[in-house]
Write a new protein. Sequence first.
Length: 296
Amino acid sequence: MENQDRIKKYLALEGKVSISIIESTNLVEEARKIHDLTPTTTAALGRLITATALMGVELKNEQDSISVQIKGDGPIGSMVAVADRFPRVRAYMQNPHIELPLNEKGKIDVGGAVGKAGYLNIIKDIGLKEPYIGIVPLISGEIAEDFARYFVESEQKPTAIALGVLVDKNGVSRAGGYILSLMPDASDDIVTKIEENIKKIPSISKILAKIAKLDEIAKIITGDDNIELLEENIYPKYECNCSKEKFERGLISLGKTELEDILKEEKDTEILCHFCNKKYIFDKKTIKELVDNMDK
């Protein structure tokens, strides 16, 4: 296994198929530690983080971002992941300590944890007056299938996506996935070849458990030994962009009346960042200064 997480992009089948593959083991393990996740919630949030990172690298500009929310009727509640183009990813979930028995196939029950009734909501902020918003109902709560539906319905892009998170007693042993898209001029023969190959190959989790190199995984997924490497120096990481200044601006946005009510409280104001669990303390003196500055 490559020690550092990375994303690689390829073309296959005479340039008619594009595929991006990610090694996200460290990324998901960092999320597991930060949010004290169980095996079930590690698998669920890990899949979301992996997919969001793969989508983040498709953003064009440094200030662009993508936010992905999955809200089902399962016990884990809502999950959110955010990424930029580098991609720096951060995420959180509503109920991180949920743990379910294995499903009937003996696998982690991500679908049961997420639930089938709900939605996948994707917001792309790409510098336009209004962000792009795409929303689709959940299919299974297994996450990869739900993303595939999004690509077909919201972006009209025939896409295959697979996400895998392997968890053992020490944490995340391997995580990764891929997004495969057909070019507009892909022939019916190419489409059929890809569909048949994906049906016969093992699941992405089984591939990750046995195959270390992303190049080899790309060849297995596409069925093409002559893939063309497009880009490889992409290193995703878990990184929160929170700061005391940002939360201070958030307090100011509450308005003078709300801040004056906060001043009446006996304790200092503590704000917790949901993405990284870092705590920011605002003492009464600081809050009063914010109120006083509103009068100037």
